[in-house]
Design a binder for this molecule. Sequence first.
Ligand SMILES: *Cc1c(COP(=O)(O)O)cnc(C)c1O
Length: 376
Amino acid sequence: MIPFNKPYMTGRELWYIAQAHANGHLSGDGPYTRQCHQWLRENTRASAALLTHSCTAALEMSALLLDLEAGDEVIMPSYTFVSTANAFVLRGAVPVFVDIRADTLNIDERLIEEAITPRTKAICVVHYAGAACDMDPILEIAERHGLKVVEDAAQALMSSYKGRPLGTLGDLGTLSFHETKNIVSGEGGALLCRDAAFAERAEIIREKGTNRSRFFRGQVDKYTWVDFGSSFLPGEITAAFLAAQFEEAATITSRRLGIWEQYHAWAGRHEASGLLRRPVVPAYSGNNAHMYYLLLPSLKHRTRFISLLKERGVQAVFHYIPLHSSPAGRKYGRSSGDLPVTCSVSDRLARLPLWIGVEDHLPQVLDALEGTVASL
Ligand SMILES: *Cc1c(COP(=O)(O)O)cnc(C)c1O
């Protein structure tokens, strides 16, 4: 069976972990964490980049930084992973779900304004599959209404909007290094702060509400409790693993793009049949080849597609039960209007295996896809 995902290791992870072990610094913010922070700052041009346990943790930090209170509203898509909403719900805020665009499956910027109420504090966008949301109109709406913008860029490292790295267009951006993402550390994530405004407080919230980071830099002579916070920083073992991955980020992206292009060329030959639709990457967006998905005509077709592929030894998966119709989404959030595109895509999307090493099996995968489409 060709699995849907297999995490890639560069080969240097264990060596760097051995170095961290030899350094004797195993808690957070040691040399490997600093190396990762520097790589992120250089490659995203964010003012500040802080490693976290996960993208979920970075989203929770964002909710803390925005000083959200019970009843405040955050506009977001419903077609996303639970953490996008959960992080804000933990602060008592209400996720307000908006439909997605039929092309990129990203939040439909034309529907944002009608979701705004006097309680709205922020817009949290998700760059699905690493394809950028149309950020210019979104930032313009946010500016006009005095709202903050958080980018859930969990899938979007190494992609861009009009040449600018995703995760750095909004006030705050969150990355994931979960083993299903392009660059991994098992579990892991980062918070990006576009400008200095949030950076200092983010450092404090990440370090249990203390100014310990300033103390380590010699900027204060003792450290103390100055704000609310929690422990959001990973240990050096995780950072050492991640440092090895960052060194190969460009190679990882180009190898993934090679696989993505092969799927895209194959699917292009079948698109006219109406049996499938390919992902759309607009001219304003980069492509980090995070995901290759197909849209089938109906839920019935999708179910049959996945099971026929499985019979042929290939694992395809679907995802996102819309948040607005899930039990917790109904309890804690509300929808702005009907969400027909979200509901339809949730029934029809299937994701194909895309991992480094699957190249060797691509003839078999494409063969299985060909047979599957022929008998759909
Ligand atoms: C993977 C993912 C997350 C969660 O990332 P973790 O690092 O596992 O917390 C959040 N949002 C989106 C859109 C994701 O794809």
